[in-house]
Design a protein around this ligand. Structure first.
Ligand SMILES: C[S@@+](CC[C@H](N)C(=O)[O-])C[C@H]1O[C@@H](n2cnc3c(N)ncnc32)[C@H](O)[C@@H]1O
Length: 269
């Protein structure tokens, strides 16, 4: 299924796969986002509040959320006074978004070919959705096309720091980390870290929901933004909220120290 004939075949395949997974498991994925000790907590209590804070005053702005999922962010953007649109590749996710925000015009579509006119929006957001894209430039150019000149583009994804963590297990250690680990009893030393390369990652979001996402280096992202006509104006490492601490104090402590998600804020030149 994932034979790499050429780049475009690969993109289509991952995109189709993503769509299939969200269509099939989207409801389960969304339901588990607020369960204790679940990695989806990272959406609700880490990425969402960080993005909402980063975006600041959006009263009266025309805002498009790309890969909008079940409309969690859009509901909050509306409460901040923005006029919102949402697009997502999955029908299941869009159906949930329509239930959450009945007055919003949601569309099923891909961020590789956005179903909007040129220069339509003041702001485009993409929360944890560009991780599914291999080649960022065509997507960034599409986003630039639908933004007005001077418009702002906010996207979040997994921090390259978090992506570089490596798993290790033996009878003494069980580690997910970066750095040198030293066993005082045996004197054994372990150097952990995956390096900073681009890679396609296979992982299970909820049981049976097998995802394929792309880790990108800082350099690739900054270069691709520039090559698509954007200027980076801010970069934010997301910190967990106090609410997160109530759900999972260990993860709270970890992600207060190590960035899991980052937000890139750019302006269309
Ligand atoms: C991790 S979910 C995040 C959903 C939402 N942004 C949030 O943070 O609550 C990723 C979303 O991106 C959507 N997505 C993935 N690839 C896409 C593409 N090529 N075009 C549009 N949406 C896409 C998925 O269907 C899914 O709803």
């Amino acid at each position: 299924m994932f034979i790499k004939l050429n780049n475009s075949y690969m993109i289509m395949t991952v995109e189709k796969h993503t769509k299939k997974m969200y269509n099939q498991f989207g409801k389960e994925y969304q339901r588990t986002r607020k369960e204790k000790h679940n990695s989806r907590l990272y959406n609700e209590f880490l990425e969402v509040p960080c993005m909402i804070k980063a975006i600041g005053n959006i009263k009266g702005k025309k805002l498009l959320d790309v890969g909008c999922g079940a409309g969690v962010h859009i509901k909050k953007y509306i409460s901040k006074g923005a006029k919102c649109w949402g697009v997502d590749i999955s029908r299941t996710m869009i159906n949930m978004a329509k239930e959450k925000c009945p007055n919003v015009d949601f569309k099923i579509g891909s961020m590789t070919k956005l179903p909007y006119e040129n220069s339509s929006f003041d702001i485009v957001t993409a929360s944890l959705s560009i991780d599914y894209i291999k080649d960022l430039i065509p997507v960034f150019k599409e986003i630039s096309r639908v933004l007005k000149k001077g418009g702002l583009f906010y996207y979040s994804n997994e921090s390259p720091v978090a992506s570089a963590r490596e798993r290790y297990e033996d009878k003494n250690f069980k580690i997910v980390g970066i750095g040198k680990f030293f066993d005082k009893k045996t004197g054994k030393q372990i150097a952990l870290g995956k390096g900073w390369d681009e890679r396609l990652v296979d992982w299970e979001m909820v049981p049976g929901m097998l995802m394929k996402t792309y880790n990108k280096t800082f350099r690739t992202q900054l270069k691709n933004l520039r090559e698509s006509g954007f200027e980076l104006i801010d970069f934010i490492d997301c910190k967990p909220t106090p609410t997160f601490k109530k759900y999972d104090p260990t993860a709270y402590e970890l992600f207060s120290k190590v960035p899991l998600f980052s937000i890139y804020v750019s302006q269309k030149k």
